[in-house]
Design a protein around this ligand. Structure first.
Ligand code: CA
Length: 238
């Protein structure tokens, strides 16, 4: 199973995009005092620029902004593949717009004026939810599988896999420590019912092993006779 990294709030980075000087300063100061690392952008263009240049855990996004408005900022972030939670700050007369924001992929919104305690509670909820998101990398010992880049590296060495081998390794990593019967592998990776006459799975596992295990001291994939295959790593991370 993939281990989620637990992080402290002091490591959490929040980008505030807010053009109203007083509100921006107030948010930056308040969140800073609450232990977050914050950056402040005062218009939409700078907001997009910063959000794409750095790794933020959350964006606080005002709707009415010079340069690009909050909707455009959000759209650009999502189009660029950024999935960090976004909390919209909207004025009371933009209530109808809230729906639009949520459709565009905002995670929550807060109507101005708001109590700081309320903002802090929403921020913490979103950050917790963000942490529980699907990781984009799976690990076992010195093997790393990058789900976004579709790349596998072991001990710093890049390993080329076919699409099926990648899917097979991903399944073994996700269910690490569990003995997976051939029938389960067949349905999950080949989308087919297992036919005991076919050796397609054994052949694929053998090829995968040759690529990721040969030449390494610790073999990760093990055959459990009469049952199936299991991926086990010598490190004991949960
Ligand atoms: Ca504004």
């Amino acid at each position: 199973m993939a281990a989620y990294e637990t992080r402290h709030e002091t490591d959490m980075r929040i980008l505030i995009v807010e053009d109203e000087r007083k509100t921006g300063d107030y948010l930056k100061q308040g969140l800073g005092e609450a232990g977050f690392v914050t950056d402040l952008a005062r218009d939409g263009i700078d907001g997009v620029h910063r959000a794409l240049a750095e790794d933020y855990d959350l964006v606080l996004l005002d709707v009415m902004l010079p340069g690009r408005d909050g909707w455009q900022v959000l759209r650009e972030l999502r189009q660029a593949g950024r999935s960090m939670p976004v909390l919209f700050l909207t004025a009371r007369d933009q209530v109808a717009d809230r729906v639009k924001g949520l459709e565009l992929g905002a995670d929550d919104y807060l109507v101005k004026p708001f109590a700081f305690s309320e903002l802090l509670a929403r921020v913490r909820t979103l950050l917790r939810r963000g942490q529980a998101r699907e990781p984009d990398r799976l690990h076992a010992a010195d093997l790393e599988l990058d789900l976004l880049r579709r790349r596998v590296v072991r001990a710093g060495r890049r390993i080329d896999l076919t699409a099926k081998e990648f899917a097979l390794l991903e399944l073994l990593l996700r269910r690490r420590g569990e003995v997976l019967p051939r029938s389960l592998i067949a349905s999950q990776v080949w989308d087919m019912n297992f036919d005991s006459d076919t050796n397609v799975i054994d052949v694929a596992v053998r090829r995968l092993r040759a690529k990721i295990d040969d030449g390494f001291e610790h073999r990760l994939i093990r055959t459990v006779r009469g049952m199936g295959y299991v991926l086990e790593a010598p490190d004991a991370s949960p």
